[in-house]
Design a protein around this ligand. Structure first.
Ligand code: 13P
Ligand code: SF4
Length: 383
């Protein structure tokens, strides 16, 4: 029996016959692993724990992946975090090998920072619409047209795009770094997320030329419906990841990276949160802020043509079975191993290392994802 559901189409709309159908990850680009039953899951988890030890490997997971993978990472001494902390944790870990449960750019960043370690992913095809939307040849041509500008790229890019950049940033640190460059009088190229770029431009006043990429998950949040939902929950706090459209960001009480949004649920003292980011984050929010009411921000309504599930199809490609397989056989066969061309890696290393160095010297983030709130509206100040 074929255990992996494969959708060879580039994009497939949900059934029009059933208007209640929502876009499931399996209807988008990605191969989504089937979820095994409870008994099999328990066996898989036990085997993964043993294999991590046997392979001298540590599991580094993003907040958007399956809740059981997040728990496994923590139970085995690994890390669940945002992309900044994932990069730092991988570099500082004692194990010889890294298994990255997330998307491709996260695996590549780990490999670039740790060329001496072997880095694996449950599925190497787990990509990101921002990465896909910024091909390196077109990006290089764009940069060539503006040689006077400092090139700042988001972590959600290929190694080849990072190789062209002066700085890499993640959403935890983007405002600080762009603010710093702006204060030095530098003019910037920003790629690839147009919404995040626009948000940073507005907050810092920096002169930025924006690449026009977007995240297919965050692009779906709808401002009109969010406004209505907020009105139905007076006293609630709206938490928004800055990859969302500007009209959604404008309604936010807190705008920040995944870590910063989780932290807001712990520190703000409010009971109800409307969350505009991938719903994988709710697992950590429930753990860190038990008893709080968490509501997913709307992706449909009068201003939408269909309902998106607010879950990244590529993050969803990480499952227990393919994680077990990569540990069981991938270490021997090389299937699932991340490789980055050495010349590109050497070039790309500079912009990532520069960001990590900046984070360290400016105290931007402490150990294990203790980032500070990037930007807050309406009286909710930085932690
Ligand atoms: P963070 O850096 O906030 O974890 O975001 C990564 C990402 O891909 C968000 O969509
Ligand atoms: Fe990329 Fe969006 Fe998925 Fe994050 S949620 S990995 S930005 S497609």
């Amino acid at each position: 029996m074929n255990e992996i559901e494969t959708k060879p189409v580039e994009f497939d709309l949900p059934s029009q016959a059933d208007p209640s159908t929502s876009c499931k990850p399996s209807q988008a680009w990605a191969r989504v692993p089937q979820t095994p039953g409870a008994a099999e899951r328990a066996e898989l988890k036990a085997e993964i724990k043993a294999l991590l030890k046997a392979r001298d490997a540590v599991l580094v997971a993003h907040y958007y992946v399956d809740a059981e993978l997040q728990d496994l990472a923590e139970e085995t001494g690994g890390c669940v975090s945002d992309s900044l902390e994932m990069a730092r944790f991988g570099r500082e870990s004692k194990q010889q090998n890294l298994v990255v449960a997330g998307v491709r750019f996260m695996g590549e960043t780990s490999k670039i920072l740790n060329p001496e370690k072997r880095v694996f992913m449950p599925d190497l095809d787990a990509t990101c619409s921002l990465d896909l939307g910024c091909p390196s040849d077109e990006f290089n041509a764009f940069c060539d047209q503006h040689p006077d500008r400092t090139v700042v790229v988001y972590a959600n890019t290929s190694a080849a795009v990072k190789a062209r950049a002066d700085w890499m940033v993640t959403s935890s640190i983007a405002l600080d770094i762009v603010g710093h460059l702006h204060a030095k009088g530098e003019k910037l190229i920003w790629a690839p997320d147009r919404h995040l770029g626009q948000y940073i431009q507005k907050q810092t006043g920096a002169d930025m030329l924006l690449w026009q990429g977007s995240c297919l998950v965050h692009d779906e949040f709808k401002a009109e419906e969010l406004k209505m939902l907020k009105a139905q929950h007076p006293g609630s706090m709206v938490l928004v990841h800055p990859e969302s459209p500007a009209d959604v960001v404008a309604l936010a009480d807190v705008v920040g990276s995944t870590t910063q949004l989780i932290k807001a649920t712990q520190t703000s003292g409010v009971n109800t949160y409307i969350v505009a980011t991938d719903n994988g984050i709710l697992h950590k929010m429930r753990q860190f802020a038990p008893g709080k009411t968490l509501i997913e921000a709307p992706t449909s309504g009068n201003s939408a043509t269909c309902k998106s599930c607010a879950h990244c199809p590529w993050m969803a490609m990480n499952g227990l079975k393919n994680l077990r397989d990569v540990l069981r056989t991938g270490f021997d066969t090389g299937v699932g191993e991340v490789h980055v061309d050495l010349a590109l890696s050497t070039q790309a290393y500079r912009c990532i290392d520069r960001m990590l160095d900046f984070a360290k010297t400016h105290g931007i983030s402490g150990p294990r994802g203790q980032g500070r709130l990037a930007q807050a509206h309406k009286g909710v100040g930085p932690a």
